[in-house]
Design a protein around this ligand. Sequence first.
Ligand code: PTJ
Length: 254
Amino acid sequence: MINRNIPLNHPRLRSLLVRDKLVSGFERGLVVAHGLIAHGRGEAFDYLLGEQTTRTAGIAITAASAELLLARHPVISINGNVAAICAKEIVELSKVTNALLEVNLFHRDEKRERYIERELIKNGAGKVYGVGSRASARISELHSERRRVDPDGIYLADVVIVPLEDGDRAEALVKMGKKIIAIDLNPLSRTARVAQITIVDNIIRVMPNMVSIARELRSLDDEATLTKIIKEFNNKKNLEQSLRIIQGAKNGLR
Ligand code: PTJ
């Protein structure tokens, strides 16, 4: 649903259209009310980052694509916000990288899981993991509802993409020996700091970028190149660089 009240030449058109997608997702039962607040936090960081994919984020996107392509059992974790704003691109990425799609919600609700599953299928997904009783495995270190995972999905995964979360799940998954790719506009979030690869960028821009980079890397069919890309990536440095960009904006230097 596009909000007809937004003039097409509005300087903040793109940002307003994403808000529309979230509101529509909320009305369709995909997004929880808290998700609207979480989006606002993301927007604030995005503003400071210049609402563009920085070179720093680009490096992280390339490393994340290489990691996904080398993985044996990659899984993309989907929450309400992700399903509402980029279901189509997430499904595309899962196809390019052979990653499974698993619904894993913080505010768990089976009805919402089914709506999200339906949204993913509508956008071309085959099987969707983690819905209802299929999430029968437990991550013992976790106390939130996110601890319930699919035994054939996140539980078995070697690489997990965790978009849009600031929580302890990433830490628990790292303790289980999994590699975590976070997508989070806040470089200071717990998830951003604990992940091995953190993409500090808006998921709206990350997804199409990642699909094309993953496609390009896959066509090289060169494991050594992928391994080299991952080896050369340093998450701490990358996060520090994103923070410096934000600091520059704050000081009016950009
Ligand atoms: O659908 P559910 O029940 O799983 O709930 C989803 C939310 C998002 C409500 C839940 O995961 C949550 O409360 O998340 P947090 O702890 O608020 O963390 C969300 C993180 O994502 C914050 O660090 C935001 O800065 C970041 N963020 C928000 N929107 C975007 C984003 N990062 C990238 N792209 C965005 N569009």
